[in-house]
Ligand binder design. Structure first.
Ligand code: GDP
Length: 288
């Protein structure tokens, strides 16, 4: 589901998350492991200020494992508690309860010193659309829950869900935040991975962007998938060669739109292999 974010929606989304924060102990911030920075809300630090936060790199099954490891090391060095999971296939989810316990340890220790037993940790899942919030809630609950509130402003009565993986309760509606799409590069990265809908940006432009990314970051995977001898040329020439190889040709011309759609579909369904479209080094230079 794609949400068109307007200032009013953003303000409302922020208010809703702020309200929910009052009810919980720990924030679970879901991020796409293929885009650990671009898939974060630009104001998440401010919005969740004061609450212990676990960053969860989801969709790690689709991301480049070596880079996921680098991202986790860099974030941990910055004092961030971060884990990597694959919510769709139920992998690594036990780490969420462990992480929440880590974040609550001091508070729980103090309570025990006073002879009080800590109650179950209460958590809220937050993230931009399409990072896997609903999938994660369902996995943690061990059953399918209708997550109707998956739009800012659509509210329903909130309920606590007992997690299967540990003594923990989860708010059944996630906090939805907007992405940093005003930055063009971030917008294209989100579009290439399918986090924002194709009709917001031109499909050929997204495909050309994806090719430029792939030919620099994963040239061998790109060559292997589309039987190309080389990918050194312009992105448009690579796209044309891909279309030709797939037989997407009418009256002697490559059908660029069809080729673009196919390429993006294959990128988003891991046919081109596991990819991560931003590195720690690149991000460091952007934020300096
Ligand atoms: P939400 O908008 O944040 O609630 O995202 P959804 O839970 O609806 O997930 C968006 C899409 O990502 C769905 O097609 C999910 O099946 C898929 N998805 C969610 N988590 C994972 C994951 O860990 N790995 C993979 N490969 N796909 C996932």
């Amino acid at each position: 589901m794609t949400i068109q974010w307007f200032p009013g929606h953003m303000a409302k989304a922020r208010r809703e998350v702020t309200e929910k924060l009052k009810l919980i102990d720990v924030v679970i911030e879901l991020v796409d492991a293929r885009l650990p920075m671009s898939s974060r809300n630009p104001m998440v630090e401010q919005i969740t200020a004061g609450k212990p936060r676990l960053i969860v790199l989801n969709k790690s099954d689709m991301a480049d494992g070596r880079l996921t490891e680098q991202w986790m090391q860099a974030l941990r060095k910055d004092g961030v508690d971060v884990i990597a999971v694959d919510a769709k296939h139920n992998k690594g989810l036990g780490q969420i309860h462990e992480g929440a316990l880590r974040l609550m340890k001091d508070k729980h220790d103090r309570m025990r010193e006073k002879g009080r037993n800590p109650s179950a940790i209460r958590a809220l899942i937050i993230g931009i659309p399409n990072v896997g919030k609903s999938t994660l809630i369902n996995r943690l609950a061990g059953r399918n829950i209708a997550i109707t509130g998956d739009r800012p402003g659509v509210t329903k009565r909130q309920q606590w869900i007992k997690m299967k993986t540990g003594e923990m309760e989860l708010l059944d509606t996630p906090g939805i935040l907007w992405p940093k799409f005003d930055d063009q590069l971030v917008g294209y990265r989100l579009a290439a991975t399918g986090a924002i809908k194709d009709d917001i940006l031109n499909i050929d432009d997204i495909a050309l962007f994806a090719i430029r990314e792939l030919k620099t970051r994963y040239p061998e995977q790109l060559k292997a998938r589309y039987r190309l001898n080389e990918v050194a040329g312009e992105a448009v020439d690579v796209l044309e060669a891909i279309g030709k190889n797939r037989g997407f040709v009418t009256s002697g011309y490559v059908d660029f739109e069809r080729t673009s759609e196919m390429l993006l579909h294959e990128l988003r369904t891991e046919k081109i292999g596991r990819v991560t479209l931003e590195t720690v080094e690149e991000w460091a230079t952007v934020t300096e």
